[in-house]
Design a protein around this ligand. Structure first.
Ligand code: HEM
Ligand code: HEM
Ligand SMILES: [Fe+2]
Length: 301
């Protein structure tokens, strides 16, 4: 799954490189790269990481986990292909893309609900077989935050009737931040948190207090940032698209939401800095130490 994801990521970069001379045609194909990356093949990569981590961290059975992985990632991908059309509403392509984009992209969150249930159920049914609670937080958190950012907030503006008002506003940024952080930042941080005790010296397998502080500051900060973008976006849509104010006039009126964005992103950045500090706190384990009796690798191999 991981290999397929990596291979298709490279292949789907190609449509972004073609030049057609016509802006609409170029934009049409560029969305193959952008959309099929985030709502298609990168989901394979996230799904691959997620399944690996869940098998290692919970007592879940590998065969069962693999079977559901194919179902969930397959669902995202199938809905995601025609779901690309939710970027075709206002770029000058024929009207039939409106219902196609609306219907198929609205199906994508179904699979993301499945992914969150998958992670939650693995932990509930098979229990935490591994002491690394911090990695479990990031892993299950990634599935849940993806459901929130990509599933719920994506669905919120994917209907043509809604997107007509919200297209290209801070409502888009609201969804973009929560989706990206949940799906692709958190799963990488989960992998780092899982491997760190194996690769560095003198580190507890359970995860450090600093690591937990970084987790909650980042999650809380990003949630606050999402709310700031959402409130700013609602104001922007109303002032600009309904009242007819100019772009910069509207930006001035929603300034208070940007102050909230600065405050919440400071909390988020504090979490990032603590994560980085925690990462470099202990020295790496050298190759010849790998077989030492106290290495966690030996205990859980
Ligand atoms: C992990 C998955 C996802 C990620 C990382 C993601 C990220 C993004 C980003 C960054 C944009 C802004 C693109 C731009 O610059 O214009 C965007 C746009 C959009 N996304 Fe997602 N997204 C995800 C899943 C979804 C899902 C599942 C839906 C629908 C249910 C959705 C609906 C939309 C729509 C409708 C837009 C266009 C907004 C506009 O018209 O301005 N997204 N997404
Ligand atoms: C200190 C934290 C951050 C701040 C203050 C911040 C702020 C912003 C702002 C103001 C924009 C432009 C929005 C617009 O005018 O449409 C933006 C765009 C964007 N940011 Fe961030 N951001 C932060 C962290 C992140 C993180 C951690 C991610 C992903 C994991 C991210 C992903 C994006 C994306 C994908 C866009 C483009 C969205 C679009 O096309 O609508 N940002 N950010
Ligand atoms: Fe999309």
């Amino acid at each position: 799954m991981l290999l397929a994801g990596l291979l298709f990521s490279a292949l789907l970069y190609l449509p972004a490189l073609f030049r057609f001379g016509n802006y609409t045609v170029e934009t049409f194909y560029r969305w193959w790269t952008i959309h099929l990356w985030v709502e298609g093949v990168w989901e394979m990569i996230q799904g691959g990481f997620l399944a690996f981590l869940l098998i290692r961290l919970s007592g879940a059975d590998r065969e069962v986990m693999e079977k559901w992985l194919y179902v969930i990632v397959g669902l995202v991908f199938m809905a995601g292909i025609l779901g690309t059309a939710h970027h075709y509403y206002w770029i000058g392509v024929p009207q039939y893309w409106l219902p196609i984009g609306g219907i198929f992209s609205a199906l994508e969150p179904v699979a993301l609900v499945g992914m969150a249930i998958y992670a939650y159920a693995a932990m509930r049914r098979s229990g935490a077989a591994h002491p690394n609670g911090l990695a479990i937080h990031w892993t299950v958190g990634s599935a849940v935050f993806t459901l929130f950012g990509a599933g719920l907030l994506g669905l919120a503006h994917t209907w043509p009737a809604v997107n007509k008002w919200t297209h290209g506003t801070l409502i888009t940024a609201m969804h973009g931040h929560a989706a990206f952080f949940g799906a692709y930042a958190m799963i990488v941080l989960a992998m780092i948190s899982y491997t760190l005790p194996y690769l560095t010296r003198n580190r507890s397998e359970k995860g450090s207090t600093l690591g937990y502080a970084a987790f909650w500051l980042m999650i809380g900060g990003m949630f606050g940032m999402t709310l700031s973008f959402a409130t700013a976006g609602l104001g922007q849509v109303y002032l600009e698209r309904i009242m007819g104010l100019g772009y910069l006039d509207a930006q001035l009126k929603i300034q208070v939401h940007f102050l909230m964005l600065i405050a919440t992103s400071t909390i988020f950045s504090a979490g990032v800095m603590i994560f980085i500090w925690d990462f470099f706190r202990t020295p790496p384990k050298l190759a010849d130490e790998e077989n030492a009796a106290d290495a966690p690798l030996v205990k859980h191999a």
